[in-house]
Structure formats: structure tokens, C-alpha cells
Design a protein around this ligand. Structure first.
Ligand code: GLN
Length: 539
């Protein structure tokens, strides 16, 4: 008997159906019934982790406390469950092969030919059960990335087939997420793509237990019956997932459709309680009934792709609800933000957030924007590269160090106000080598940061190579920019602010990774509050 019960979520027909949200919603419902639930994501690509991927390829890279660079779906898991994830929650094909090859080089396979079956599938199965082995979780939900039928997904599907056989069907449930498209010319919902994708799954030896059907229109009883018959599932296991106003409605909608009930029944989990979603409903009520509204500019170089800054956008949703304020985020592409356009694009905003990032493109646009909001007392929040840009802007325009820069952008700058961290100097390898994960930060008393956190010490997650150059600190302090947060061991500057400005904060770390529905991040809450005050003051 395994310690945990397993739920596998596969996807069919097309990508982007929201497997991560469905998995997180189911996990939320099971958690709200008192079951200790965790989620993991298996990604079929060859990269060892998404850390080296451009956001255009795979959206945001999400960083966990233990410093793993992971898929953005782990962000949804943490935001929904308010439980921390780690490297163990995200595995890629690259990582699987890396560890099998390491074992082969060590001679662990004793002269055997190393093959996809059984060696790769055994490694996948071992990793799939890692979080279920101890006594920590009642249910482990595993989301399989990609779409059924893809060549690269095959070893994962085979591993699920084997596990189901080994652990028993009463301990493993397979949920298949598919699309039921609406053809407007025929005015009809079509089941054929779902039938085909269920058939593809069957060719690999897996009969889905539950179908979750993404749709833009209600599924009629007849259509549910038809899907059940053709796809070999019971009718109660055909779950409609209709487009929702917000992703935070999905747990409620899934509960109304009976997803948690069906999954528990298949797994033989008998609980007669209902999920306690009081806190969740409360959040939704505040989110949907704002008392005022603010418009915040999000300045970055990947803004056209909404997944690039996923955690920031979700943090605004949490902070908006906490303040009962609607946060309208206006994406502003930093690459096209020239000085002459700044007034027109920024003057009417209630605040700006300058996003994290890498490389030179777009940095002058960020600096132009920061100068404007600093001089016009508009709330400013800079994260990682955003904080570094605020430091450079201040050097150029206030300290009069006109050629100040980060050595990331100009290795020969006469004023390297942002410089490479010592520990980074001899690093050549790109993957997994930044300063990553949670580090302690000591907060100066009587600062805005202290007021925001109400705490002397915090832990926040990082992902960077460059840092504030301490050699310039006295000059900054003399001109009114202070370090309000530092690493207590290395003295690395973690946060800067301008005491003379209503709300001007830059942080070297990433607060957006740890904002959840249950615990909105205090910096986002404080920033939205400041933007709201600024907006009110204009009226
Ligand atoms: N490129 C900068 C650095 O490596 C900022 C990184 C970031 O914004 N995550 O320090």
C-alpha cells in the first residue's frame, strides 16, 4: 500500500488549456477538505530546468525557497495552496536523463544496456513517488506537461501506465484535460477532438478516469452522455471547465461540477465534509467588489506575453483584493520608451512597477520612466533589475555620475554602481548558477520597508548575478537614497528607498514569488495602497 494516493493530470488536443490551474484547483479542494495535498509538474523538454529559457519560450521562470528555477505552474500551486514547493516538485526530461547518465557513468547498471524502458521510466516513476513516500502527503497530484501524442511525452505516459498497474487503480487516478471547441459556423460544440485524444491515450494503455473539458459554452446532458460513452468514462466523471472570469473562480466551479467528489470516490477516500473555502470566498468577494481603482504601469521588455510576469500580475490581484482596489495593469514596453514619450505614457498612471530582467535591451526606457516618477512623486516599485535601474538613474541624474551603469550592460563603465557579485566572478556555466533562493534580509528601523513588513528580519527569494556596489553607498546616502534592507552576513544591499518620496522602493529580491491568496505580499499590498492614495489625491 503506498502512503499517498496519486492523481495524474494529462492534457489533450492543444496546449494552454490550463492544466496547472485545474491541478491547483483540485489540490485546493482536497486541501480544503483536510487532505494534505501537494502538486508536482513533469516537463517533457530536454532543458535541465527552465532557468536558461527565454520568457518568450516558456513564460516566467519561478524560483522556490530552495533556489530551484522552475516552471511557472509551481507559482500557481503555491498561490492556491499557500504551501511551499521545491526542486522536487518540478522535474524535466533533461534532469531525468542527467541522473540516469550519471548512474550509468558510475557503473550502477552493471553492464546492462541503458534504455528508455526500463531505465528512464524507472527514474520517472521514482521521481513521481518521491513526495508520496514519506508520511507528509495524503494526495500527490502530478501534472504532465505537453500534450498526449507528443513524442517527448511518451515515457511519462508509459511511467503512469506502469505505476497504475503497480500501485493499483484504487490508488491512482488519471484526469485528462481536453478541449471541446465551439464551431461558430455550425453553432455547435464538437466532441471529436476529445474522442481522438482519449483514443491516443488508450493506445498507450491508459483509460482516463475523469475528463475535464475546457469549453466556452455549457455542455448539455446529451453531450456529456456522448463524451462518456465514446471516451469510456462514467457520466459523472465528465467535468465541464467553462471559461471563468478569473482563475480564482476555478476551484469553486470545479467543486460545483463535482471534480473533488469524483476523484475521491475513485481513490476510495471517504470524507463526508465539504471543502472549507471561507477564506477563499472572502478573497473573491473583495476581488470582485472593489471600492476604487488604480492604473499601474508594468514596465518590462517581455510585456506582450502575459506569462512573462505571471507572478507579478497575480501579486497585484492579491494586493488589490487586500486593499479592495481594482488594479488595472498597463503593460509598457521598455524598448520603446524614449524620453520624449515618457510624459505621455506615464503622467496619468497611479504608479509604476519596473520589472526584473536581463541584458541591455530596454534599460534606457526603464531609466527614463524612473526619472519621471521620482521627480513627480508617483509611487515606484522596482524589482531586481528594476531596483538596479533605480540605482543607475539616481547615479546619473542626482549624483551626476553621468556614465554610471551596471557592468552587465557596460563592462567598462567608469562608475559601476551595479557590479558583479564576488561569488559570481569565476562562473562560466549559465544554468543554475545565479544567486538563487531564499536569503535573510535585515530591515532598518524607521524605514518605509520596516513599516511595510512590520518586521526586523525577513526571508525573500533571489535570482541575480549583479548587486549594488557598496563603494558608492556613502554618496547615495548623502544624496537621499538609503539602503533599507541588507543581508546580515554579507552586507549585500537588498532594498533601497527614497525617504523624501511618498513611495519609492527597489528590492534586489523577488517578492512576487511568495505572494499567495492567503498571504498577499506586504510590499505589493503597500504599493497598491500608495497608488490608491496617490490616485485619490489627484481627484
Ligand atoms: N540581470 C540582473 C542580475 O542578474 C537582474 C536579474 C533579475 O532581474 N532577475 O543581477
Amino acid at each position: 500500500m503506498p502512503n499517498s494516493k496519486y492523481v495524474f493530470v494529462t492534457g489533450g488536443v492543444t496546449s494552454s488549456l490550463g492544466k496547472g490551474i485545474i491541478s491547483a484547483s483540485l489540490a485546493k479542494l482536497l486541501q480544503a477538505r483536510g487532505l494534505r495535498t501537494t502538486i508536482q509538474k513533469f516537463d517533457p523538454y530536454i532543458n535541465v530546468d527552465p532557468g536558461t529559457l527565454n520568457p518568450y519560450e516558456h513564460g516566467e521562470c519561478y524560483v522556490t525557497d530552495d533556489g530551484a528555477e522552475t516552471d511557472l505552474d509551481l507559482g500557481h500551486y503555491e498561490r492556491f495552496l499557500n504551501v511551499k514547493t521545491s526542486q522536487a516538485n518540478n522535474v524535466t526530461t533533461g534532469r531525468i536523463y542527467q541522473s540516469v547518465i550519471e548512474k550509468e557513468r558510475r557503473g550502477d547498471f552493471l553492464g546492462k544496456t541503458v534504455q528508455v524502458i526500463p531505465h528512464i521510466t524507472n527514474e520517472i516513476k521514482a521521481r513521481m513517488q518521491l513526495l508520496g513516500k514519506g508520511d507528509e502527503h495524503d494526495v500527490v497530484i502530478t501534472e504532465i506537461g505537453g500534450t498526449v501524442g507528443d513524442i517527448e511525452s511518451l515515457p511519462y505516459i508509459e511511467a503512469v501506465r506502469q505505476l497504475r498497474w503497480e500501485l493499483g487503480r484504487e490508488n491512482c487516478v488519471v484526469i485528462h484535460l481536453t478541449l471541446v471547441p465551439f464551431l461558430s459556423a455550425a453553432k455547435e460544440l464538437k466532441t471529436k477532438p476529445t474522442q481522438h485524444s482519449v483514443k491516443t491515450l488508450m493506445e498507450s494503455g491508459i483509460n482516463a478516469d475523469v475528463l475535464v473539458c475546457r469549453t466556452e459554452h455549457e455542455l448539455s446532458d446529451d453531450l456529456r452522455k456522448k463524451l462518456a460513452l465514446f471516451c469510456n468514462v462514467e457520466q459523472e466523471a465528465v467535468i465541464q471547465s467553462i471559461d471563468a472570469e478569473t482563475i480564482y473562480d476555478v476551484p469553486i466551479l470545479m467543486h460545483e461540477e463535482g471534480l473533488d467528489q469524483v476523484v475521491m470516490k475513485r481513490l476510495g477516500i471517504e470524507l463526508d465534509n465539504q471543502p472549507d473555502l471561507t477564506q477563499w470566498q472572502n478573497f473573491l468577494k473583495r476581488h470582485k467588489n472593489p471600492k476604487s481603482s488604480v492604473t499601474i504601469g508594468l514596465i518590462g521588455k517581455y510585456v506582450e506575453l502575459q506569462d512573462s510576469y505571471k507572478s507579478i500580475l497575480e501579486s497585484f490581484v492579491h494586493a488589490g483584493a487586500a486593499n479592495e482596489v481594482e488594479v488595472k495593469v498597463v503593460p509598457i514596453h521598455s524598448s520603446y520608451l524614449e524620453e520624449k514619450d515618457v510624459q505621455e505614457k506615464i503622467a496619468n498612471l497611479d504608479g509604476i512597477l519596473v520589472a526584473p530582467g536581463f541584458g541591455e535591451r530596454g534599460i534606457e526606457g526603464k531609466i527614463n520612466a524612473i526619472k519621471y516618477v521620482r521627480e513627480h512623486q508617483i509611487p515606484f516599485f522596482g524589482i531586481c533589475l528594476g531596483m538596479q535601474m533605480a540605482v543607475i538613474e539616481y547615479a546619473r541624474n542626482v549624483l551626476q555620475l553621468l556614465a554610471a551603469n551596471s557592468v552587465e550592460m557596460d563592462a567598462d563603465t567608469p562608475h559601476p554602481v551595479i557590479s558583479l557579485m564576488d561569488e559570481q566572478r569565476n562562473i562560466i556555466q549559465k544554468g543554475g548558477t545565479m544567486r538563487l533562493g531564499a536569503w535573510t534580509c535585515a530591515i532598518e528601523k524607521d524605514t518605509l520597508l520596516h513599516k511595510v513588513y512590520q518586521n526586523d528580519r525577513i526571508e525573500e527569494r533571489h535570482r541575480h548575478r549583479y548587486e549594488f556596489n557598496d563603494a558608492y553607498y556613502e554618496q547615495y546616502q548623502a544624496h537621499g537614497m538609503i539602503a533599507s534592507g541588507v543581508n546580515p552576513e554579507t552586507q549585500l544591499v537588498e532594498a533601497i528607498e527614497l525617504p523624501a518620496h511618498p513611495w519609492f522602493v527597489g528590492v534586489q529580491y523577488h517578492p512576487e514569488y511568495s505572494s499567495t491568496v492567503a498571504n498577499p505580499h506586504p510590499l505589493f499590498v503597500g504599493f497598491v495602497n500608495a497608488c490608491n492614495r496617490y490616485a485619490q489625491s489627484k481627484n
